[in-house]
Design a protein around this ligand. Structure first.
Ligand SMILES: Nc1nc2c(ncn2[C@@H]2O[C@H](COP(=O)(O)OP(=O)(O)OP(=O)(O)O)[C@@H](O)[C@H]2O)c(=O)[nH]1
Length: 392
């Protein structure tokens, strides 16, 4: 069998290190969850230390009652750290604190008898189940680690309930202590292992989520939630890497017509809402068809994988018609908006994103120069007709 004192010492040291790590992250990031996780680790190691003192001092209030309190505090603090990130229905914390205070009072009455350990195990089982639920409801990009943590909490809860069963059997003298010793020892080892594993996985999930949030912020436009220029080119590059070399890609560059007048006449707030309204149209039409981005103030780009110039032109025309169909309403104003578009296309084999962009931009300029509210797919001005939304 495992040498328990060694194992307990190891868990003590590991959790101490993890607590110090969480404290230093909290000092740097100032996010309360790290403080909760750090104090949860401290609570756990304090409980271990107090239980360890049982062999040396006869002071049950400290070695039993406070040990139980710290055992309960550990998952409770983890829960307090998890709540803000979770999308579980919000719970009121005050009743939770009252419930804890009641549990402590109950423990104070029974810590000298066997029921103390049983009650502690039941409470921690409930807390671990709730932690598992919170973790399930927490959006995370580190899916494997999230599942591992849910498993840790769930198994921990089951282990605590098993402990209750064994303790009841033991204290009701139905089975001899010798035959239960192995089972209880195994549960203790599992408990130590799960607590340490939880403390190790938690920071990984937090950092993965924080990094993903940062990447998301760096690649998206906060006004429209579309990709920004950086995110757009990164995604296009990724897509074209796996596209068949003989297929074509197309790029639509789009600009709102006479947008300065909208700002000047109705104000910047209305201008912002108009940009959002156009972005909504783009998103609705191209959500599954292409990569959409706001790459400048009132300029948008749409990348279409495996679509040729004619297909891109039809889609761009459809978008212009939908924008033209109804005016944009905001603050009691009805504003007719239109967009101009320039489209370029290339074989994936010959693709040069800068050249593709430059060509689409040139055609967009041509669309503006020759009357706006149109889609241009060729470079020659002479090829253009005067009709609005003319398709060349
Ligand atoms: N409200 C708002 N306005 C913006 C934003 N970004 C750029 N603009 C405005 O967009 C306007 C662009 O004006 P111009 O480049 O002169 O072009 P335009 O008036 O749209 O005319 P054409 O492009 O020639 O049709 C400027 O007034 C900018 O201040 C933004 O995020 N919000």
């Amino acid at each position: 069998m495992l040498h328990l004192p060694t194992l307990i010492s190891l868990c003590f040291i590991l959790n101490l290190f993890i607590a110090v790590f969480f404290f230093s992250v909290y000092r740097y990031k100032k996010q309360p969850c790290y403080l909760f996780f750090a104090t949860a680790c401290c609570s756990f190691i304090t409980a271990i230390a107090l239980i360890g003192l049982r062999d040396f001092i006869e002071f049950p209030l400290l070695t039993h009652f406070f040990a139980y309190v710290f055992i309960i505090l550990s998952p409770l603090l983890v829960i307090l750290g998890l709540i803000p990130q979770s999308q579980a229905p919000a719970i009121k914390l005050t009743p939770l604190y009252y419930a804890c205070a009641m549990c402590c009072t109950l423990l104070l009455a029974v810590y000298l008898i066997d029921a103390g350990q049983i009650i502690t195990s039941i409470i921690t089982a409930v807390l671990f189940s709730y932690a598992a639920y919170l973790m399930i409801k927490t959006p995370s990009v580190a899916v494997v680690q999230q599942r591992l943590l849910v498993a840790c909490f769930t198994i921990h809860s089951v282990v605590m309930l098993l402990q209750v069963v064994l303790l009841v059997l033991l204290y009701s003298s139905q089975i001899s202590q010798a035959s239960l010793a192995f089972g209880l020892q195994l549960l203790l080892v599992t408990h130590l292992f799960l607590t340490t594993a939880t403390a190790l996985i938690l920071p990984f999930i937090k950092f993965a989520n924080a990094e993903s949030r940062l990447i998301n912020l760096a690649n998206h436009d906060p006004l429209t939630q579309l990709l920004n220029r950086r995110g757009f080119f990164r995604l296009c590059k990724k897509i074209t890497k796996t596209a068949p070399l003989n297929s074509r890609v197309s790029l639509i560059m789009l600009d709102i017509d006479l947008f300065k007048q909208v700002n000047d006449q109705y104000g910047h707030e209305t201008g912002d809402e108009a940009i959002k309204w156009i972005a909504q149209h783009i998103n609705e039409l191209f959500f599954e068809l292409g990569v959409t981005a706001r790459i400048g103030g009132e300029e948008f780009a749409i990348f279409l994988n495996q679509q040729n110039l004619a297909q891109a032109r039809l889609l761009a025309q459809k978008l212009c018609s939908s924008i033209n169909e109804y005016p944009f309403y905001f603050n009691g104003n009805s504003i007719a908006l239109s967009v101009s578009a320039g489209i370029s296309s290339m074989l994936v084999r010959e693709l040069n994103m800068q050249a593709l962009l430059l060509q689409a931009d040139k055609r967009l300029y041509l669309a503006k120069e020759t009357g706006r509210n149109k889609v241009v797919t060729h470079d020659e001005k002479s090829l253009l007709t005067k009709a609005p939304t003319a398709i060349i």
